[in-house]
Design a binder for this molecule. Structure first.
Ligand code: HEM
Length: 386
């Protein structure tokens, strides 16, 4: 083929390639127009008749995606199409062969890339693993997170306990607390419990904080004063060491704040249940509003199982034709920001572009107007976990 083209000379070769492409696209247009005539409906707005003429869309899309501004893309597309193309309705749930081809090197023949029996089997399998009463113990993680934040705040150095759960300090802190609770519960019989592990634990904690205290006390008062005023380097230790300059007083204050902070965060003894999480309305509002403005799946695509039409959004306008295998893109990101799907902003109901935690107090989305987990047969099966 290449030899044949080069034998024609550059101008003739170019004319032949250009001519063939023109015939190909013109022929394809006639075929599609014919199918649409039989199917009913009108063509969706055409952005470009071939990939070359549409190259600016791809460049723009890549640029916006890399700059985290995907939502601007839709507006860019609409300036080239007509407003009618904002139609979004429920369509069949076939991922389609094109989708499989594009994603299978990464996701293989999994639930995301397959259709029919294969998809249905994957869904049943994964679902069965998600629907159970397994509780996940997160108390320990909260505990260690609180310990980390508090040691960072107090001493300027975190014990980094999630990464080092077996660390001496973390174990000692846990042990001391455990014994303290036991002693309190058993009083006045606490003296019958051997307390050497309790005292050993306290020594371990002291060994950890003492170098920090010594280092701080070794600073000249004017340096300490300067440090305690610094936005970045100042710690609780720097501030407290300005006054007593006594290692024992400082040690006592630090351990007191350490225990108070950690207990305040993890003080609850009963394990939280799933129902408790659902009652956390502030958390629910935060998740809802975050997924409204920033859905984790901002764009989605479906392929038509058969020739069909999508109703036009404008009353009286003809429907848009969708032929078998056509890919239909839809965007929860764009849709969930559409002003016309919301009531007028008021004192109580913020503009839809704004992140507003009390939005759901005054508004409930209509079916299919809020789709961060998609809907229909391929709705996210992890939704109930959140
Ligand atoms: C905020 C968290 C999540 C969001 C926003 C989310 C969103 C979505 C969306 C939009 C889809 C539909 C994709 C499509 O239409 O092709 C989906 C499907 C799916 N999600 Fe999630 N998801 C979340 C968390 C989870 C979790 C925690 C799990 C599993 C434990 C999970 C498992 C799945 C599976 C297996 C599917 C495929 C369903 C199918 O094609 O039949 N998701 N998710």
């Amino acid at each position: 083929m290449f030899t044949f083209l080069s034998s024609l000379g550059p101008l003739n070769a170019l004319a032949l390639v250009f001519g063939s492409l023109t015939v190909f696209y013109a022929g394809r247009k006639v075929l599609i127009d014919n199918k649409i005539r039989k199917n009913g409906g009108v063509r969706a707005p055409i952005l470009a008749t071939n990939p070359l003429f549409g190259i600016h869309f791809f460049i723009r899309l890549t640029y916006l995606a890399f700059n985290n501004r995907l939502s601007d893309y839709q507006d860019y597309v609409y300036t080239w199409a007509t407003l009618d193309s904002r139609d979004l309705v429920e369509i069949s749930y076939l991922q389609g062969p094109e989708f499989h081809k594009a994603w299978s090197p990464f996701l293989g023949d999994s639930i995301f890339t397959t259709d029919g029996k294969q998809w249905s089997e994957s869904r049943t399998l994964i679902r069965s693993m998600l629907i159970n009463d397994r509780t996940i113990e997160i108390m320990d993680l909260f505990y260690r997170m609180a310990l980390d934040i508090t040691t960072e705040f107090l001493l300027g150095t975190s014990v980094n306990s999630p990464a080092n759960p077996g660390q001496e300090f973390v174990q000692a802190f846990h042990e001391v607390q455990k014994y303290k609770i036991l002693f309190t519960a058993l009083a006045p019989w606490d003296m019958v419990v051997p307390s050497h592990r309790y005292r050993k634990g306290i020594r371990t904690l002291e060994r950890f904080i003492e170098p920090f205290i010594a280092c701080t006390l070794a600073l000249a008062p004017e340096d300490l004063e300067k440090l305690s005023k610094s936005d970045k380097e100042s710690t609780f230790l720097h501030n407290i060491a300005r006054f007593p300059r006594d290692a024992k007083v400082i040690r006592d204050q630090i351990l007191a704040v350490l225990i108070a902070d950690v207990l305040a965060t993890c003080g609850r003894r009963a394990a939280p249940m799933y129902e408790d999480l659902k009652r956390l309305s502030y958390l629910t509002h935060t998740l809802n509003e975050t997924l409204r403005l920033h859905p984790a799946v901002p764009y989605n695509v479906r392929a038509a199982l058969q020739d069909t039409t999508l109703p036009s959004m404008s009353p009286g306008k003809p429907p848009i034709a969708v032929l078998k295998g056509d890919a239909v893109f839809c965007s929860p990101l764009e849709m969930q920001r559409r002003r016309d799907l919301y009531p007028e902003p008021t004192d109580k109901f913020a503009d839809p572009a704004i992140f507003s935690l009390d939005r759901r107090e005054h508004w409930t989305p209509k079916a299919w107007h809020y789709l961060p987990f998609n809907g229909g047969p391929r709705i996210c099966i992890g939704q109930s976990l959140l």
